[in-house]
Write a protein that binds this ligand. Structure first.
Ligand SMILES: Nc1ncnc2c1ncn2[C@@H]1O[C@H](COP(=O)(O)OP(=O)(O)OP(=O)(O)O)[C@@H](O)[C@H]1O
Length: 244
């Protein structure tokens, strides 16, 4: 097995079980710099589990996951955090940190023991707040925000992290129309700058317009993988979302 030339992330016949039940089966694909990849599939298809494997949060039960040509298990959490930023679904912290502090947490992989952020970190935070058009929320408590505002803050935190790979779990959830358009423009811009972006979504129509590539997952198998606009037609969507 090899790490895959030029791939930032690669799954090589990766499988995952929960107890005796197979959740992901024999997944093989790679993601390169500059790719904007949508991951689609019905509820329970295994999308979030697949992201957890790509993040190194769980090891595959079979096969291998590679990060920059090295098995994921050989990287430390801190090394992974420098390379992969994650935007989870519906995250609520216990303490009322300010938005600025939450976004600043994206810099922890760079300055884990520093008592306060350095100037470069503060610049990265300000840039990320600006890119998401949420600078006006900087001093608000994260716990007091709406769901959509929180989602935008988590995106800003991922951006501040400066990682080459961005992994997002249903990032458009709760965003209003304007925020969604800014999100898609931002993802396109990041891909244009050489980032690799993979996002789960339940919106195939938007995915066809915004993403370069789509990976379709059904019952833990890759049903199709190709250019989003060509792949996400009515016949394919009917097959993908057909009742069990
Ligand atoms: N903690 C868990 N314990 C047991 N089974 C789980 C757990 N988390 C997920 N599963 C199961 O694994 C399968 C895949 O779940 P996963 O969350 O990856 O799907 P998904 O495609 O992200 O779904 P959705 O679109 O609903 O978010 C499902 O059958 C789910 O019930």
């Amino acid at each position: 097995m090899s790490g895959g030339a030029g791939a930032l992330l690669r799954m090589d016949h990766a499988g995952f079980h929960r107890g005796r039940r197979g959740v992901l089966h024999d997944l093989s694909f790679s993601i390169k710099r500059g790719e904007l990849v949508a991951l689609l599939g019905p509820n329970g298809a295994g999308k979030t589990t697949l992201l957890r494997l790509l993040l190194g949060l769980v090891p595959p039960g079979s096969g291998q996951v590679w990060l920059e040509g090295r098995p994921m298990a050989t990287w430390s959490r801190r090394e992974i955090a420098r390379r992969i930023a994650y935007v989870p679904q519906g995250h609520v912290p216990l303490f009322p940190y300010s938005v600025r502090d939450i976004v600043g947490m994206g810099r922890l992989a760079e300055t884990p023991f520093a008592p306060r952020l350095r100037e470069a970190d503060r610049d990265a935070v300000a840039h990320a707040l600006g890119a998401l058009a949420i600078a006006h929320l900087a001093d608000r408590a994260y716990t007091d925000l709406s769901g959509g505002e929180r989602q935008a803050v988590l995106l800003a935190r991922a951006l501040a992290q400066g990682a080459a790979i961005l992994v997002l779990d249903e990032p458009e959830t709760g965003l209003d129309y304007g925020q969604k358009q800014r999100l898609y423009a931002l993802l396109r811009r990041l891909a244009g700058q050489g980032h690799a972006v993979i996002a789960t979504t339940h919106d195939p129509i938007q995915a066809a317009c915004v993403f370069d590539r789509a990976i379709l997952l059904r019952h833990g198998h890759v049903m199709a993988d190709g250019p989003a606009a060509a792949l996400l037609g009515p016949a394919m969507l009917e097959r993908l979302y057909a009742p069990i």
